[in-house]
Structures are given as structure tokens and as C-alpha cells.
Ligand binder design. Structure first.
Ligand SMILES: Cc1cc2nc3c(=O)[nH]c(=O)nc-3n(C[C@H](O)[C@H](O)[C@H](O)COP(=O)(O)O)c2cc1C
Length: 320
């Protein structure tokens, strides 16, 4: 079933973010304000067919309350995409997404992710192999508007011709990284190209969205079906909840949520992941209240999860 077609426009998506949107953070987001669609972090197809599969497959852990959730995979070998898509389908994902946008140099040197923008023949084989492995699940692509300059006609046109179910477009070139504002004005070109090619692919725009109000505003201006939000979640984890105003979130609620995140991380990953990863979220939860800066400094100085929890609870005691 193509779940993308069942979503009401404008729908929201939490962007895949390696080292951020693991099953733990997605559980937090699912509890406090869930977007319409979730993605896993990008997961290596080579890894999924290697001896180290068990470790790599941890990227694909999810709970049923996250549905619809899409497994994002990356690589360069079509056969590995076939096996990875087949495996992801067996886990019960709602869709499979191919990463054709990550600008990481070492990954691009191997010809994967954004390097595929210059390699349509391989990209075509990869899409084909993924569709074969996906067992009827919808296959989508996440990409950028071009390598060094915008290549809407050539690259986005090529992807639309592959009859993929959905296409997420980070509206910047690879060269631009995240250094310039996302070029939303180009969405009009994408949509007219889809019309010209008479394609059914669902289009999701991505870049610089910070609130649901901006989703509404962008929908009225640009009219693509979906709106993907990445780093905006760092400033407001309650972003997808229409009934929570960030200014009204109490210090207690913020500390409760960070504590919950830390404990869930510990239960889920034990010693297998570096607890320093939790510090990435420090500013997300610890902001907009007196002493936030001082508390963040103390948290940054911790080395273990028990230490981190102690710093938070002694701050709470100091408030009473
Ligand atoms: C820390 C981090 C990790 C990311 N990891 C991925 C990833 O695994 N797969 C992917 O397609 N994009 C990844 N991205 C890109 C985001 O999905 C998104 O396209 C980008 O942040 C732009 O959206 P935004 O302006 O809403 O943040 C990552 C971005 C960040 C900041």
C-alpha cells in the first residue's frame, strides 16, 4: 500500500538526522507531538549485508507507535539495496527511502548519496533494485536540487521519471551545504515539471522550516504536499504539537523530558552508544529559563549517565 497517497496535505515529516533521530528521540517526539511521517537515520546497505549487520540494523529499530515510519538506506551497490530493502520490508516499515542527498565528503568519494546526482545510470539501477526488494512498499528518494548549481530539469526530472512514490527535496545544492537560505522559490519549477511529466510522485519540501505556522504559510505559497523539518526540532521539540506553546512549557516539563530521554537512551542502548550523544540535546531541553546557561555548562562537564542525571536532579532540588 502506498501510504504517501493517504496523507492529507499539508502533511509534516521529521527529517532523518544521523546521530539525532534514533528510536529513542523518535519515541520522545512521538509522545509529545508526532509529525505525520517519521524517518529512521540513514542506514548503510553495505553494513546491512556485512558481518556487522546486527550493529548496523540497530538504526532500523522502531516501535509500532511511530507508524508510518520510513527506513532510509544509502549505498552504491544495487544488489545491496535489493537485500536491504527486502530486510527493511520484513521489519514492517511503511516505506523505504533512498538517500541521494548527503553531502558528506567521504561518502560522496565512494559514489554514494549526493554523488548519485551525477550518476543517473547507477541511481536508476539503485531505484529499480530497491523497488524489487521493497515487496510492494512505496519507494521514495531524498535529495538536493543539484550538485554545484540547481539541476531541477535534469536531476529532479530524471527522478520523477523513475515513478517513485515520494520525493523529498532539500532545497539547496550540495555545494551550498546549509550555508545559504533554502531556495523555496524553486518549488514552483519542481511542481510544474511534475505536471509536465504527468507524474503522481508526492513532493515534500525541506529546508529552514521552524514551526507549523511556517508549514501553513509555505503550503499556501508553494503547494507541495509535504513539509519536512530537521534542525527546527532542536529549538522546539514540541513543534509538531498544535496545543503546546513553547513559551508556556515549564522548567519542570523541560527537565522531565530530558530525564525521560536520558533514561530511555540508557534502557535502549546501554553501553553500546556513547552517552556524550545525549549532550547534543542539552540546549534543546535546557533553554529559556534562568540558570539555563549555568546548568548547560555543568551538564557538558559530565562523563556518565548517572552523573548527568545527578546534575539535573540536584538542580531541581535547588529550586525547591
Ligand atoms: C545532524 C544531522 C544529521 C543528518 N542526517 C541525515 C540523514 O541521516 N539522512 C538524510 O537524508 N539527511 C540528513 N540530514 C539532513 C536533514 O534531513 C535535512 O535535510 C537538513 O537538516 C535540512 O533541513 P532543516 O533546514 O529543516 O534542518 C542531517 C542533518 C543534520 C543536521
Amino acid at each position: 500500500m502506498n501510504f504517501w497517497k493517504t496523507l492529507k496535505s499539508p502533511f509534516t515529516v521529521l527529517a532523518p538526522m544521523e546521530g539525532v533521530t534514533d528510536v529513542v528521540f523518535r519515541q520522545i517526539i512521538t509522545e509529545i507531538g508526532k509529525p505525520d511521517v517519521l524517518f529512521t537515520e540513514f542506514t548503510s546497505c553495505d553494513g546491512l549485508v556485512s558481518k556487522g549487520k546486527a550493529r548496523v540494523a540497530e538504526h532500523l529499530r522502531f516501535f509500532t507507535n511511530e507508524q508510518p515510519i520510513v527506513a532510509q538506506i544509502w549505498g552504491v551497490n544495487p544488489e545491496n539495496f535489493y537485500h536491504s530493502a527486502k530486510y527493511a520490508a520484513s521489519l514492517g516499515f511503511s516505506g523505504i527511502d533512498i538517500n541521494m542527498g548527503c553531502p558528506d565528503r567521504s561518502i560522496m568519494t565512494d559514489g554514494a548519496c549526493a554523488a548519485l546526482i551525477n550518476q543517473p545510470a547507477i541511481a536508476k539501477e539503485i531505484i529499480h533494485a530497491t523497488k524489487r526488494g521493497a515487496q510492494g512498499l512505496p519507494v521514495s528518494v531524498k535529495t538536493r536540487i543539484g550538485l554545484r548549481e540547481e539541476q531541477i530539469e535534469e536531476w529532479i526530472g530524471f527522478l520523477l521519471k523513475q515513478d517513485i512514490a515520494a520525493l523529498s527535496i532539500h532545497l539547496r545544492t550540495v555545494k551550498e551545504l546549509s550555508k545559504v537560505p533554502a531556495r523555496w522559490e524553486l518549488m514552483a519549477n519542481v511542481l510544474s515539471l511534475r505536471k509536465k511529466l504527468v507524474k503522481e510522485t508526492v513532493i515534500i519540501g525541506n529546508g529552514d522550516i521552524l514551526s507549523l505556522a511556517e508549514v501553513t504559510e509555505k503550503f499556501s505559497k508553494y503547494e507541495c504536499e509535504g513539509y519536512m523539518i530537521g534542525t527546527g526540532i532542536f529549538t522546539n521539540p514540541w513543534l509538531f504539537n498544535t496545543s503546546v506553546k513553547l513559551a508556556d512549557v515549564t522548567v519542570d516539563a523541560r527537565l522531565d523530558l530530558y530525564t525521560r530521554h536520558i533514561k530511555l537512551f540508557n534502557e535502549t542502548w546501554g553501553d553500546s552508544k556513547n552517552p556524550a550523544l545525549l549532550k547534543k540535546f542539552c540546549k534543546t531541553y535546557i533553554q529559556n529559563f534562568p540558570d539555563a546557561v549555568a546548568l548547560r555548562e555543568k551538564i557538558m562537564g559530565t562523563k556518565t549517565i548517572p552523573e548527568l542525571l545527578r546534575v539535573i536532579s540536584s538542580y531541581r532540588e535547588s529550586l525547591t
